[in-house]
Write a protein that binds this ligand. Sequence first.
Ligand code: GLU
Length: 365
Amino acid sequence: MRDFSKLRRVVIKIGTNLLTKDHEFNVEYVQDISRQIAGLRERGIQVLLVSSGAIGMGAGELNLKVRVKDIKMRQACAAIGQPLLMHQYRESFGEYDISIAQVLITREVLNNRTTFLNLKNSVETLLFLGIVPIFNENDSVSTDEIGSAFGDNDRLSAMVASKVEADLLIILTDIDGLYNGDPRKDSNASLISSVPEITEEIMGFAGSKGSEFSTGGMKTKLQAVSIAANAGCKTILAHGGKTDILNRLLNGEDEGTIFLGGKKLSARSRWILYSDPIGKINIDKGALAAIRNHKSLLPSGIISVEGVFNKGEVVSINGIANAVSKFTSTEIENIIGHHSREIPALLGKGRKDVIARAEDIVFSF
Ligand code: GLU
């Protein structure tokens, strides 16, 4: 039996598929989900919502009947649709005397420590005030193609859950959960109720790209699950259209798939892991084995440097780990292959003798 009696903070993600019906915005769904969230808050649970649907609403306002593909148009639609989306949530939550707040974020906001801390302060204040913060990507300013700046709102919701130290992430979608096969093709395929850890086998259940089975974006959902898991946060993937799903889930009912999480990384390690690296340091096998073994990165094992970065910035190590560099890219170029004791002679006295400390190196796999 799932036990959520101690649940304190939950992030709920609602996908576009649930918010649209017959190409129209599904107002009844927003009303119903607001009612359910009001119920969760009565249990003393803090709720943060991640809602898609801005682009769809903007397209509706412009009477566009087909899916908007052009990036500039999608950005325009997001700008048009976001206030309409918020208006709908405001009306629906208003029925329960709950105030809402709009929080629009981009990847850069979370990657940058200063803006992230500002965001954290404002979100904590909103929660303290009893308000439901509603997150979406700031699509109209995202420099990346929309949908790829965060990847998608699955990833965004997991990042939010990770950053606000939520206990649980609920991803509501239009599929029942994770199956161990394609239920549409394999009559033996069954829903997995509980996943202790994301393994290669579990990733395999997400189906190959382009198959009917993966149209729900199961791979991105499993990636989101592992982001949340690294923050010690459980995830439930469930069908958001089922009656009273949120309350039933929190009553411990065996709905959807629960991912139990795993080893929690520190907030700093998570920041390092999920930052976009500014540059890259390529290192040899010996140095790689050493840092895998929780040793610091030394200049002697470096083969080359790519990009221009400052000290204190996050860089990639061989594309498989991220690290905070103690030196600028130019400085590293001057000490490549040298012994640490030569650093003062090459760069001047008082410099660190390691490129990155063991605790500042985090492997993505
Ligand atoms: N941010 C987009 C929107 O509000 C949706 C992105 C997604 O569904 O993953 O329309």
